[in-house]
Design a protein around this ligand. Structure first.
Ligand SMILES: [Zn+2]
Length: 507
């Protein structure tokens, strides 16, 4: 029980709940209930103390509570969270023999202020805490999660939305330590960022959590899966000398199944709705039915985002209905790369977006990062949203030594990289001049269709006789980070050098 048994049990519960929700069949759900009941007989108030070796059971029990409406599962989840930080693990769990920080077991959850230890464990812990807080209204959990979230996003997150810089503990090291080639950035940790940030958005209504979710989803998480869908990264570094590649499977096979279920459940992240309104969080072509007040309202979204910034949203209420539609205006469009400015756009001027309803401009209010339109909607109303998609240069806070003298490129929510496959086999042998203009081009045939960024840059090659270095202005092509390493192993980097001292010239 001390390592991954509870984690596996949690995933069993999650699988059973998902299977039940899709098929209505209870066979696996009954197995999950049997497991949860057995656990509940052994552990809990007045029974054995317990600290799960790898969090996951907590959030799974909340899901089990939602489908069964049996409060004991929610109470058990809450109790497991409360067990942490009291040295209850002593003598019999992973957290005891490894170290308590590794499993976020140093102080009770409600007193936590800093992110520590194993990144995936941390994400599952805070996702479970958010789920419990949503049902119990526990203010202590909310305060703790806000402080820990700021510690992650302000000081410990990669520009790809990946987290966990160190391979030693598969997790966090010290603030602002974000090595690129050695980045651990487990796929599961980016998936966990998607889980946790969605919960934080649901709890607060604030769009900044979706901004972070979008960054992790489109970059750090998506990178974990090959375009063919059958090769996987466990770690997702931001630079490679060509040795890193996606594998068919792993002995510890968490990442393949985690990214697979995230892709399959993508529909859960696009919209939110309540009795009074609809929230559009992500811009993904989709159809849904939103229950707003007494009406089931069919909603259709058509978009080519992130390649293009135009989105059409069609609402089809049977009868006229007044409600609020809140459209997320992404942080990247407002000139804020990430909350807390760990990374900054060189040009912070907000992009001029437009919102039309049935072809005409409409009044809207900015609320919690969303453009909110309240009006009476009728069948066939079309909301048109237009975002300018510009190439933006990013720099890091000076505390991030690994990115000193370097810039990264972003267009829409996508972080870009330069890969050898597009650039004569090299990706480390050029500088990106500060004044280099960018052009973009959508290539349907490349990497299943991507918009590339091109610029001219001084590149450096060793002369054929090996005696000197030749400098030549060449066209460099950058591709979305998630799409790299689909054409064999080769060099790649996200943070591009601005000066010669950071250039590495290989033969
Ligand atoms: Zn994993």
């Amino acid at each position: 029980m001390s390592m991954h048994e509870d984690y596996n049990g949690g995933h069993l519960i999650e699988a059973a709940v998902a299977y039940f929700q899709v098929t209505g069949k209870r066979k696996l759900l009954n197995v999950a209930i049997k497991f949860a009941d057995h656990f509940n007989e052994r552990f809990g108030p007045g029974k054995l103390h317990w600290v799960t070796g790898h969090q996951e059971l907590e959030l799974a029990l909340v899901k089990l509570y939602h489908v069964t409406q049996d409060k004991k599962y929610l109470s058990l989840a809450h109790w497991l969270l409360e067990e942490r930080g009291h040295k209850n693990a002593r003598g019999y769990t992973w957290a005891d023999w490894k170290d308590t920080a590794y499993a976020q077991d140093v102080v009770p959850v409600r007193e936590q202020k800093e992110i520590t230890g194993h990144a995936v464990r941390a994400m599952y812990l805070y996702t479970g805490a958010a789920d419990v807080a949503a049902l119990t209204g526990d203010e202590g959990y909310m305060r703790a999660m806000k402080a820990v979230w700021e510690d992650v996003v302000y000081r410990n997150m990669y520009v790809t939305g990946g987290i966990g810089s160190s391979g030693n503990n598969e997790g966090f090291s010290v603030d602002y330590d974000l090595p690129n080639e050695q980045a651990y950035c487990e796929t599961c940790a980016s998936v966990g960022m998607v889980f946790w940030n969605q919960r934080m958005n649901l709890l607060t209504g604030n769009s900044q959590f979706i901004d972070v979710l979008e960054r992790s989803l489109y970059n750090g998480a998506r990178d974990g899966l090959s375009l063919s869908g059958d090769r996987f990264f466990y770690g997702n570094p931001l630079a490679s000398d060509g040795r890193h590649y996606r594998r068919e499977w792993f002995g510890t096979a968490c990442c393949p199944s985690n990214i697979a279920r995230l892709v399959a459940s993508l529909g859960d992240y696009i919209y939110g709705y309540s009795d009074t309104g609809l929230w559009v969080n992500l811009f993904i072509g989709s159809q849904t039915t939103a229950k707003i007040g007494k009406q089931e309202i069919p909603v259709t979204m058509t978009t080519n985002y992130p390649w293009d910034g135009k989105t059409l949203l069609t609402l089809n209420p049977k009868t006229k209905a007044k409600f609020k539609v809140s459209l997320r205006i992404p942080g990247w469009l407002k000139g804020e790369a990430v909350p807390g400015d760990l990374f900054m756009f060189e040009n912070k001027t907000p992009g001029a977006f437009t919102i039309l309803v049935n072809g005409k401009p409409v009044p809207y209010q900015m609320e919690n990062g969303y453009a909110a339109i309240t009006r009476e909607w009728k069948k066939g109303d079309v909301i048109e949203l237009n975002f300018p998609m510009e190439v933006k240069r990013l720099t890091s806070r000076t505390e991030v030594k690994q990115n000193e003298g370097r810039v990264a490129l972003q267009r829409g929510p996508l972080v870009y990289c330069v890969e050898g496959a597009d650039n004569g086999g090299h990706a480390w042998n050029f500088i990106l001049p500060d004044n280099a203009p960018f052009t973009t081009q959508h290539k349907n045939e490349l990497l299943e269709g991507v918009t590339v960024i091109e610029f001219t840059a001084p590149t450096f090659q060793i002369s054929p006789d090996g005696q000197s270095i030749n400098t030549e202005a060449r066209k460099i092509t950058a591709i979305p980070y998630y799409a790299w390493c689909n054409r064999g192993q080769n060099e790649m980097q996200v943070w591009l050098p601005r000066s010669i001292k950071d250039v590495k010239v290989n033969r």
